[in-house]
Ligand binder design. Structure first.
Ligand SMILES: *Cc1c(COP(=O)(O)O)cnc(C)c1O
Length: 399
């Protein structure tokens, strides 16, 4: 154990966080507890509220040892008190939004972000009487202008899908708190290796564990990390009542992936820097967006807020959608598939007009801003753990 007050290194935390040798068998690697129910000594109540402080396991929707191991590892990596793990990133997102907000409340959210989150905010929440204002959170003053007396939550994603727009977390945290609102940060693209939003003043960090944290493209999961009190109430509302819990098997896979997160992120970043530099110099590439390039419009903020520039690159090619479709058809190594953060490199074409009209419903200045960044569309590339010396030639022969 580290001496009191001494923080362990991130690699040690990733390996040991939440894990203890099995007290019955001495197994060094964690077991998977695939049990839906747990034998009780005494009768217990059926209300989660009355059982809230009981440490024992009762039923896996209320808590499970393997899921708890992952939750403790993720809380330790983010420097948070507690974590709630969900069946998917969207289950974590909807769980948090529906637990924090009720009819009459107001949400301020990034105008460009993960499509599932964007559509949930624009289609589902208003139907429940929750008011939603999308703003360009890359400019913190826009967040201040959007705040109302009923604003309960500000939601940002940084770097944001698909154009890697950044938000200054500490500036937006101050604005949210001054107005009596909480700040939630979807940090899926950054991971705790790049950015720890709670240390910068955020109240909640949200992850799709499907991406870098799981890291191997074999398990879907999500998580929210925050204060012990806030996570206890989220667990009661969003896990016990809405029911979107993570399976213990997926928790085990994701915890195994998370143990190597610091090493993988260093490798993703190193390869992505090479690939981004290659793309930026290529005559057929119109624009390369990568927070680690000096040409990124918020490179200074990236340097301040990200200890690792991650492995996500968006780029535009001459010839628009047709050329992009041809390009992905010629790739031999890189898979043409959605998702990101896997050990395999993945690429996907993201069409601007469809996304701007159907998902973000952008108009006027916001639409012009998005078109300026994304053009007709971007190829979103998740640089995997292959050699950059193999990834660049694959792109080169297809470009
Ligand atoms: C994938 C993703 C989500 C949704 O996560 P799922 O695990 O697919 O439900 C949310 N936010 C971001 C930034 C994502 O990349």
């Amino acid at each position: 154990m580290p001496a009191r007050g001494q923080k362990r290194g991130v690699r040690t935390t990733a390996v040991h966080g939440g894990e203890v040798p099995d007290p019955n068998t001495g197994a060094s690697a964690p077991d998977i507890t695939m049990s839906s129910t747990f034998v009780q000594d005494e009768p217990t109540g059926f209300s989660f509220a009355s059982a809230g402080d009981e440490p024992q396991f009762i039923y896996t929707r209320w808590g499970n040892p393997t899921v708890q191991m992952l939750e403790q590892k993720l809380a330790a990596l983010e420097g948070g008190e507690a974590c709630a793990a969900f069946a998917s990133g969207m289950a974590a997102t909807s769980g948090l939004l529906l637990s924090e907000l009720t009819a009459g409340d107001h949400l301020v959210i990034s105008e460009v972000n993960y499509p599932g989150t964007a559509e949930l905010a624009r289609s589902t929440l208003p139907g429940l009487g929750i008011e939603v204002t999308p703003v360009n959170t890359a400019e913190p003053e826009r967040v201040r202008d959007a705040m109302r007396p009923t604003t309960r939550l500000v939601w940002v994603e940084t770097p944001a899908n698909p154009v890697l727009r950044l938000t200054d977390i500490s500036a937006v945290a101050d604005i949210a708190h001054e107005a009596g609102a909480a700040l939630a940060v979807d940090s899926t693209f950054a991971t705790p290796i790049a950015t720890r939003p709670l240390e910068l003043g955020a109240d909640f960090v949200v992850h799709s564990l499907t991406k870098y944290i799981g890291g191997h493209g074999d398990a879907i999961g999500g998580a929210v990390i925050g204060s012990a009190g806030a996570i206890a109430s989220l667990t009661g509302n969003a896990l016990v009542h809405h029911g979107g819990i993570l399976s213990p098997f997926n928790a085990w896979l994701i915890a195994r992936g998370a143990a190597t997160l610091p090493l993988r992120m260093a490798a993703h970043e190193a390869a992505a820097k090479e690939v981004a530099t290659f793309l930026e110099a290529h005559p057929r590439v119109l624009r390369t967006l990568y927070p680690g390039l000096a040409s990124h419009p918020q490179h200074d903020l990236a340097r301040r807020q990200m200890d690792n520039f991650s492995g996500m690159i968006s780029f535009r090619v001459a010839g628009g959608a047709e050329a992009a479709r041809e390009l992905v058809g010629k790739l031999r190594l890189i898979h043409h598939a959605v998702s990101l953060g896997h050990h395999r490199s993945l690429i996907y074409w993201i069409d601007t007009e469809e996304l701007a009209a159907e998902t973000y419903r952008l108009q006027g200045e916001a639409l012009a801003r998005f078109r300026d960044e994304a053009g007709e569309g971007v190829l979103r590339l998740s640089v995997g753990l292959e050699d950059a010396a193999d990834i660049c030639p694959d792109l080169d022969q297809a470009l």
